[in-house]
Design a protein around this ligand. Sequence first.
Ligand code: AMP
Length: 143
Amino acid sequence: MSVASILSGKSTNVITTTPDMSLHETAQTMAQKGIGAIIVIGASGEIVGILSERDIMRAIAESGAAALDHRVSTHMTKKVVTTDLASSAVSVMQRMTAGRFRHMPIVEDGKLAGVVSIGDLIKHRLSQLEEEQQALKEYIATA
Ligand code: AMP
């Protein structure tokens, strides 16, 4: 299964923030939208970073409530690993496991096409396994 088929079941509206936004405002956006990571976009619309709930947690652990006034740029990960629509779900899961992160931005033709989380990937993998199991049961019952 490709990333494209997983993205087709999700909203096409990708939630983003900017490097100069505060952690507080960004955390509010993430909480409202129910997302665990947000893509940070530069002045020309390019991806300049990713900020996840882990980064916000670490910032608060280090600086306390003052961290909420810090800029996103201070705590985001700048070297973002991305993939494209043709990638397989399994290869994306492998890259997430190796890199120890749970979010993967999808870039197509230089544009941000979406984000998949480890939760999206597991959900699709489970339903695929269920379908395969059902097909096997039916095959055995009729054999
Ligand atoms: P997560 O497990 O996605 O909450 O993220 C754990 C750490 O990895 C955080 O520091 C994130 O900023 C970073 N991170 C998340 N996704 C990516 C990605 N696709 N590329 C690089 N770093 C990432």
